[in-house]
Design a protein around this ligand. Structure first.
Ligand SMILES: [Fe+2]
Length: 435
């Protein structure tokens, strides 16, 4: 069987890919069905996790009303931190332990969903905090069994936390981002109601949108799964398997939808069709990167957000210095795609065409540059910072950014070509300024 020229089966190399799927309910107004969904999962007493902002918004009222209508008892935890830490995970866990709940609902962005996952885990199987945390920081102990049912309801789009068994947090003592990974952490159901996005400020839409767009482009141009060594045993297949035919279908469609709707949704207030499309694209890209894995723009983004000096995003719902995730990713993407375009030019050309670039008369070798140019055009139209300089970095920061991102081996090795430390520095250099 042939799955396309990108996938060449070779001796001692991988020949299988795994599809991890999550149950998703998608559509306008689906949040009103959460009471019935919770009952179907056997929930009678629920902890509803949210954050201090979403606490006052309409989606929470809708959740409360629907749960009460189905006769479900609930308590609200609204103290989720925007960037969760080991401390905030433990505070969330305390609430879960004291409340004697039989199920969980999370309503918010990735931080809320991740805090709910961790609270479900530590209240169900109490252990030392570091026991379940990824090695080498923690002991990476496998989760002992099933957790209580959790319904995740995103009020942003793009993190795809509702689709994954991953919970990310900042480990305060060591100033690093790490996480807990295990398929038991996966929510039982994700409810994606596009009307939940109506209150997002334009910069949040733009940042989330570019995060989704980069998830899709990175997964589509990732190293093919057939290039990995055949695993010692089936359990050793990584979550980020590399590009594969299943994630390709999701990613190329997510890229197309983003090309059609991202800029208009950011610029126009109340563009309901846009919210629906962006949330759907976020779901597709989530399926894509959940199965394929991202590569360099995400690997570099952790350094861009982690080394932040004094950049404050105008219009962001926080006044602390931070580079919002989607921005810390997309500032790297054009620089990266100019290089990775040399490894698999036709994939970059197809991505450029999907996002709306005119490819007539373009040589396939130009695919990476064309994709990069188109992204830069979209960044300009949506007021995204002009590269690393505009989020506070200078030439003198390049070594620090490089050293801090080079250890992201899982992501860097998922690129379609091998990258050494010097090349990584050149990629950061290329990302300093675009226009
Ligand atoms: Fe991301």
């Amino acid at each position: 069987m042939t799955l396309g020229s990108y996938y060449q089966f070779k001796e001692n190399k991988e020949s299988a890919f795994v599809v991890e799927a999550t149950k998703i309910k998608f559509g306008k107004g689906t949040i009103h069905e959460i009471g019935e969904d919770a009952r179907a999962l056997g929930m009678k007493r629920i902890a509803v996790y949210t954050d201090p902002t979403v606490r006052h918004l309409e989606p929470l009222e809708n959740v409360k009303k629907a749960l009460k209508k189905s006769g479900i008892d609930l308590e609200i935890y609204d103290q989720v931190a925007v960037e969760p830490t080991d401390r905030s995970f433990q505070e969330g866990t305390r609430f879960a332990k004291e409340g004697n709940f039989d199920g969980f609902v999370s309503l918010g962005g990735g931080s809320v969903i991740d805090t709910c996952k961790a609270s479900n885990l530590y209240s169900t199987y109490p252990d030392d905090f570091l026991s379940y945390v990824n090695a080498p920081i923690g002991q990476a102990k496998p989760i002992p069994g099933k957790l209580k049912p959790h319904i995740a309801c995103p009020t942003t789009f793009g993190t795809a936390s509702e689709c994954t068994g991953i919970a990310i947090f900042d480990f305060l003592e060591r100033h690093v981002k790490t996480g807990i990974v295990g398929s038991a952490l996966k929510p039982a159901l994700g409810i994606l109601d596009p009307l939940n996005l109506k209150t997002l400020p334009p910069l949040v839409i733009a940042a989330n949108g570019f995060d989704v767009f980069s998830h899709a482009c990175e997964s589509y141009t990732a190293r093919p799964y057939t290039e990995r060594d055949f695993p010692e045993n089936s359990a050793k297949r990584p979550l980020g398997q590399g590009a594969n035919p299943y994630s390709d279908i999701a990613c190329i469609n997510a890229i197309r939808i983003m090309g059609e709707h991202l800029v208009t949704t950011v610029l126009e207030n109340d563009y309901e069709e846009g919210f629906e499309n962006l949330m759907f694209a976020g779901m597709l890209a989530g399926i894509g990167f959940g199965n394929a894995g991202c590569h360099l723009p995400h690997g570099m983004s952790y350094a861009v957000s982690g080394c932040v000096k004094d950049y404050v995003a105008e219009g962001w719902p926080s006044n602390n210095p931070l580079v919002p995730h989607g921005i810390s990713v997309i500032v790297n993407s054009p620089s990266v795609f100019r290089l990775t375009g040399t490894a698999c030019p036709e994939r970059h050309l197809m991505a450029a065409e999907a996002v709306g670039a005119d490819i007539s008369g373009v040589e396939k070798e130009e695919g990476g540059n064309l994709l990069a140019d188109h992204i830069i055009g979209m960044m300009k139209k949506t007021n995204i910072p002009n590269g690393l300089k505009e989020v506070g970095y200078r030439e003198s920061d390049l070594d620090r950014l490089t050293e801090s991102s080079f250890p992201q081996k899982r992501l860097i090795d998922n690129a379609p070509l091998p990258i050494d430390q010097d090349q990584l520095k050149q990629l950061f250099k290329g990302a300093l300024e675009y226009w």
